[in-house]
Design a protein. Structure first.
Ligand SMILES: Cc1cc2nc3c(=O)[nH]c(=O)nc-3n(C[C@H](O)[C@H](O)[C@H](O)COP(=O)(O)O)c2cc1C
Length: 209
Protein backbone atom coordinates (compact mmCIF):
# COMPACT_ATOMS: atom_id res chain seq x y z
CA UNK A 1 0.00 0.00 0.00
CA UNK A 2 2.70 2.60 0.82
CA UNK A 3 4.42 1.84 -2.50
CA UNK A 4 1.08 1.92 -4.37
CA UNK A 5 0.35 5.39 -3.00
CA UNK A 6 3.83 6.65 -3.91
CA UNK A 7 3.38 5.22 -7.40
CA UNK A 8 0.05 7.06 -7.70
CA UNK A 9 1.83 10.32 -6.80
CA UNK A 10 4.63 9.58 -9.26
CA UNK A 11 2.17 9.05 -12.07
CA UNK A 12 0.14 12.15 -11.28
CA UNK A 13 0.47 14.46 -14.29
CA UNK A 14 -1.14 17.63 -15.53
CA UNK A 15 -3.47 16.45 -18.29
CA UNK A 16 -4.34 18.94 -21.03
CA UNK A 17 -5.61 16.53 -23.70
CA UNK A 18 -9.28 15.80 -23.10
CA UNK A 19 -11.78 13.64 -24.94
CA UNK A 20 -14.62 15.80 -26.17
CA UNK A 21 -17.35 14.20 -24.10
CA UNK A 22 -19.14 15.40 -20.98
CA UNK A 23 -17.84 14.17 -17.65
CA UNK A 24 -20.42 11.96 -15.93
CA UNK A 25 -22.14 13.66 -13.02
CA UNK A 26 -21.28 10.72 -10.73
CA UNK A 27 -17.57 11.16 -11.52
CA UNK A 28 -17.72 14.88 -10.70
CA UNK A 29 -19.64 14.04 -7.54
CA UNK A 30 -16.86 11.58 -6.66
CA UNK A 31 -14.29 14.37 -6.93
CA UNK A 32 -16.33 16.54 -4.59
CA UNK A 33 -16.72 13.66 -2.13
CA UNK A 34 -12.92 13.28 -2.13
CA UNK A 35 -12.53 17.05 -1.61
CA UNK A 36 -14.88 16.94 1.35
CA UNK A 37 -12.61 14.40 3.08
CA UNK A 38 -9.70 16.86 3.28
CA UNK A 39 -8.84 18.36 6.65
CA UNK A 40 -9.50 22.02 7.38
CA UNK A 41 -8.04 24.47 9.88
CA UNK A 42 -10.07 24.58 13.10
CA UNK A 43 -12.34 22.12 11.27
CA UNK A 44 -14.04 25.25 9.93
CA UNK A 45 -15.07 23.59 6.63
CA UNK A 46 -15.61 26.86 4.83
CA UNK A 47 -14.44 25.74 1.40
CA UNK A 48 -17.02 25.93 -1.39
CA UNK A 49 -16.82 24.27 -4.80
CA UNK A 50 -18.28 25.39 -8.13
CA UNK A 51 -18.47 23.00 -11.05
CA UNK A 52 -18.87 24.26 -14.62
CA UNK A 53 -19.77 21.90 -17.44
CA UNK A 54 -22.09 24.02 -19.58
CA UNK A 55 -20.09 24.83 -22.74
CA UNK A 56 -21.62 28.33 -22.89
CA UNK A 57 -20.58 29.03 -19.28
CA UNK A 58 -17.06 27.69 -19.91
CA UNK A 59 -16.75 29.82 -22.99
CA UNK A 60 -17.92 32.96 -21.12
CA UNK A 61 -15.41 32.31 -18.29
CA UNK A 62 -12.65 31.77 -20.83
CA UNK A 63 -13.49 34.97 -22.72
CA UNK A 64 -13.65 37.06 -19.53
CA UNK A 65 -10.29 35.65 -18.43
CA UNK A 66 -8.69 36.40 -21.79
CA UNK A 67 -10.04 39.98 -21.67
CA UNK A 68 -8.21 40.36 -18.36
CA UNK A 69 -4.94 38.95 -19.72
CA UNK A 70 -5.09 40.99 -22.92
CA UNK A 71 -5.38 44.08 -20.74
CA UNK A 72 -2.48 42.93 -18.54
CA UNK A 73 -0.37 42.26 -21.61
CA UNK A 74 -1.07 45.76 -22.95
CA UNK A 75 0.07 47.19 -19.61
CA UNK A 76 3.24 45.07 -19.72
CA UNK A 77 4.03 46.62 -23.10
CA UNK A 78 3.75 50.21 -21.86
CA UNK A 79 7.31 51.56 -21.91
CA UNK A 80 8.86 51.53 -18.47
CA UNK A 81 6.40 49.03 -16.94
CA UNK A 82 8.90 46.20 -16.85
CA UNK A 83 11.47 48.45 -15.18
CA UNK A 84 8.85 49.47 -12.61
CA UNK A 85 7.86 45.88 -11.87
CA UNK A 86 11.55 45.06 -11.61
CA UNK A 87 11.55 47.23 -8.50
CA UNK A 88 9.02 44.87 -6.90
CA UNK A 89 11.63 42.13 -6.89
CA UNK A 90 10.87 40.30 -10.16
CA UNK A 91 13.83 39.68 -12.40
CA UNK A 92 13.82 41.03 -15.93
CA UNK A 93 13.89 37.45 -17.25
CA UNK A 94 10.82 36.47 -15.18
CA UNK A 95 8.90 39.45 -16.53
CA UNK A 96 9.93 38.75 -20.12
CA UNK A 97 8.83 35.14 -19.65
CA UNK A 98 5.48 36.26 -18.24
CA UNK A 99 4.99 38.53 -21.23
CA UNK A 100 5.78 35.68 -23.63
CA UNK A 101 3.43 33.27 -21.77
CA UNK A 102 0.59 35.78 -21.78
CA UNK A 103 1.11 36.50 -25.49
CA UNK A 104 0.72 32.78 -26.16
CA UNK A 105 -2.26 32.47 -23.81
CA UNK A 106 -4.29 35.20 -25.56
CA UNK A 107 -3.25 34.32 -29.11
CA UNK A 108 -6.03 33.26 -31.51
CA UNK A 109 -6.54 29.63 -32.39
CA UNK A 110 -6.27 26.88 -29.83
CA UNK A 111 -7.76 27.19 -26.36
CA UNK A 112 -4.58 27.66 -24.34
CA UNK A 113 -6.47 28.52 -21.18
CA UNK A 114 -8.75 25.50 -20.67
CA UNK A 115 -7.53 23.24 -23.50
CA UNK A 116 -11.18 22.62 -24.47
CA UNK A 117 -11.79 20.86 -21.16
CA UNK A 118 -15.39 19.72 -20.67
CA UNK A 119 -15.34 20.53 -16.94
CA UNK A 120 -13.88 23.16 -14.64
CA UNK A 121 -13.80 22.97 -10.84
CA UNK A 122 -13.27 26.09 -8.77
CA UNK A 123 -12.65 26.09 -5.03
CA UNK A 124 -13.46 29.23 -3.08
CA UNK A 125 -13.41 30.63 0.41
CA UNK A 126 -15.51 33.27 2.12
CA UNK A 127 -13.75 36.61 1.61
CA UNK A 128 -13.69 37.31 5.31
CA UNK A 129 -11.97 34.05 6.16
CA UNK A 130 -8.30 34.99 6.00
CA UNK A 131 -6.73 31.67 6.96
CA UNK A 132 -8.43 29.08 4.81
CA UNK A 133 -6.16 29.04 1.75
CA UNK A 134 -4.64 25.75 2.80
CA UNK A 135 -8.11 24.25 3.30
CA UNK A 136 -9.09 25.08 -0.27
CA UNK A 137 -5.83 23.70 -1.68
CA UNK A 138 -6.11 20.48 0.30
CA UNK A 139 -9.71 19.98 -0.81
CA UNK A 140 -8.88 20.61 -4.45
CA UNK A 141 -5.81 18.39 -4.35
CA UNK A 142 -7.79 15.54 -2.75
CA UNK A 143 -10.20 15.88 -5.69
CA UNK A 144 -7.35 15.96 -8.19
CA UNK A 145 -5.59 12.89 -6.78
CA UNK A 146 -8.88 11.02 -6.75
CA UNK A 147 -9.65 12.11 -10.32
CA UNK A 148 -6.65 10.18 -11.60
CA UNK A 149 -8.17 6.93 -10.33
CA UNK A 150 -11.31 7.29 -12.51
CA UNK A 151 -9.31 8.19 -14.66
CA UNK A 152 -9.93 11.85 -15.34
CA UNK A 153 -7.16 14.10 -16.61
CA UNK A 154 -6.84 17.33 -14.64
CA UNK A 155 -4.74 20.47 -14.77
CA UNK A 156 -4.55 23.27 -12.22
CA UNK A 157 -5.43 26.65 -13.63
CA UNK A 158 -3.49 29.38 -11.91
CA UNK A 159 -4.33 31.77 -14.73
CA UNK A 160 -8.04 31.58 -13.93
CA UNK A 161 -7.49 31.76 -10.17
CA UNK A 162 -5.35 34.88 -10.50
CA UNK A 163 -7.72 36.58 -12.93
CA UNK A 164 -10.68 35.83 -10.65
CA UNK A 165 -8.87 37.64 -7.85
CA UNK A 166 -8.43 40.79 -9.94
CA UNK A 167 -11.30 40.97 -12.41
CA UNK A 168 -14.96 41.59 -11.60
CA UNK A 169 -15.75 40.46 -15.15
CA UNK A 170 -14.23 37.03 -14.45
CA UNK A 171 -16.05 36.71 -11.13
CA UNK A 172 -19.28 37.66 -12.88
CA UNK A 173 -18.69 35.01 -15.55
CA UNK A 174 -18.10 32.49 -12.75
CA UNK A 175 -21.43 33.60 -11.16
CA UNK A 176 -19.67 33.78 -7.82
CA UNK A 177 -21.39 35.25 -4.77
CA UNK A 178 -19.78 38.57 -3.80
CA UNK A 179 -18.41 37.21 -0.54
CA UNK A 180 -16.41 34.37 -2.13
CA UNK A 181 -12.88 34.44 -3.47
CA UNK A 182 -11.26 31.87 -5.72
CA UNK A 183 -8.28 29.97 -4.33
CA UNK A 184 -7.79 27.01 -6.65
CA UNK A 185 -9.20 25.86 -9.97
CA UNK A 186 -8.61 22.95 -12.27
CA UNK A 187 -9.90 21.66 -15.57
CA UNK A 188 -10.99 18.05 -15.94
CA UNK A 189 -11.99 15.62 -18.64
CA UNK A 190 -11.53 12.05 -19.77
CA UNK A 191 -7.94 11.73 -20.96
CA UNK A 192 -6.98 11.40 -24.62
CA UNK A 193 -3.42 10.44 -23.64
CA UNK A 194 -1.92 8.24 -21.00
CA UNK A 195 1.57 9.04 -19.79
CA UNK A 196 3.85 6.05 -19.63
CA UNK A 197 6.82 7.67 -17.99
CA UNK A 198 6.94 9.64 -14.74
CA UNK A 199 8.75 12.98 -14.97
CA UNK A 200 11.85 13.48 -12.83
CA UNK A 201 10.89 15.26 -9.63
CA UNK A 202 13.91 16.02 -7.52
CA UNK A 203 13.66 15.68 -3.76
CA UNK A 204 12.65 18.75 -1.78
CA UNK A 205 15.75 20.48 -0.39
CA UNK A 206 15.53 19.64 3.28
CA UNK A 207 17.34 20.53 6.46
CA UNK A 208 17.50 18.03 9.32
CA UNK A 209 18.33 19.19 12.80
C1 LIG B 1 -0.61 26.15 -8.48
C2 LIG B 1 -0.53 25.66 -9.90
C3 LIG B 1 -1.03 26.42 -10.93
C4 LIG B 1 -0.96 25.96 -12.25
N1 LIG B 1 -1.52 26.70 -13.25
C5 LIG B 1 -1.51 26.22 -14.53
C6 LIG B 1 -2.14 26.95 -15.58
O1 LIG B 1 -2.71 28.03 -15.38
N2 LIG B 1 -2.11 26.41 -16.82
C7 LIG B 1 -1.49 25.20 -17.09
O2 LIG B 1 -1.50 24.76 -18.24
N3 LIG B 1 -0.86 24.50 -16.11
C8 LIG B 1 -0.87 24.98 -14.85
N4 LIG B 1 -0.29 24.25 -13.84
C9 LIG B 1 0.34 22.95 -14.15
C10 LIG B 1 1.85 23.03 -14.11
O3 LIG B 1 2.30 23.71 -15.24
C11 LIG B 1 2.39 21.58 -14.05
O4 LIG B 1 2.03 21.03 -12.82
C12 LIG B 1 3.89 21.50 -14.19
O5 LIG B 1 4.24 21.89 -15.49
C13 LIG B 1 4.43 20.09 -13.96
O6 LIG B 1 3.83 19.15 -14.84
P1 LIG B 1 3.14 17.84 -14.25
O7 LIG B 1 2.00 18.30 -13.37
O8 LIG B 1 2.65 17.07 -15.44
O9 LIG B 1 4.18 17.08 -13.48
C14 LIG B 1 -0.34 24.70 -12.53
C15 LIG B 1 0.17 23.93 -11.47
C16 LIG B 1 0.07 24.39 -10.18
C17 LIG B 1 0.60 23.52 -9.06
Amino acid sequence: MPEALLQHFRQQRSGREYRQEPVAREHLAGLLAAAALAPSGLNARVVRAHVYTDPAALSAIREATLVFYRMLLRILHVPGTLALLHLTGQTHEQLQLLRAELAELVSDGEDRLFYDAPALLVFTLPRRHPTGEGDAWLASHNAMLYAATIPLATCYNGFLAMAAGKSARVRHALCLPRDERVVAAFTAGYPRLTYRRCPPRPPIPTTWR
